[in-house]
Design a protein around this ligand. Structure first.
Ligand code: FES
Length: 105
């Protein structure tokens, strides 16, 4: 299925190292800015119910607010126990000052 692009933020809403939570339909997302680039992952940890936007950005990694788990922000890859399942990632496009995230419809 093709991704529909949804506006989730304005580029100036985020500074490097920020993460925010956005809900698009039924999909809860975490939107990140690191090294000037924007990234999107699913908004809930794959280990238990923690909101990733309440976690801590450390370089390229988001640390879960619970249990010390962590994920690579760009790839969604689980990089610290107890997380073993990767976070789903979503494509991001910038259009003018709009941050757009592609969600399969
Ligand atoms: Fe994220 Fe446990 S809920 S590490």
């Amino acid at each position: 299925t093709e991704a529909d692009y949804h506006r989730v933020a304005t580029t100036t809403d985020l500074h490097d190292g920020d993460v925010i939570e956005v809900q698009v339909g039924k999909t809860l997302l975490a939107i990140y800015k690191i090294d000037g680039g924007f990234y999107a992952t699913e908004g809930v940890c794959t280990h238990a119910y923690a909101r990733m936007a309440e976690g801590y950005v450390e370089g390229d990694v988001i640390e879960c607010p619970y249990h010390g788990g962590a994920f690579d922000i760009r790839s969604g890859k689980a990089v610290a126990a107890p997380c073993t399942q990767d976070l789903k990632t979503f494509p991001v496009r910038i259009d003018g000052d709009a941050v757009l995230v592609g969600i399969a419809s």
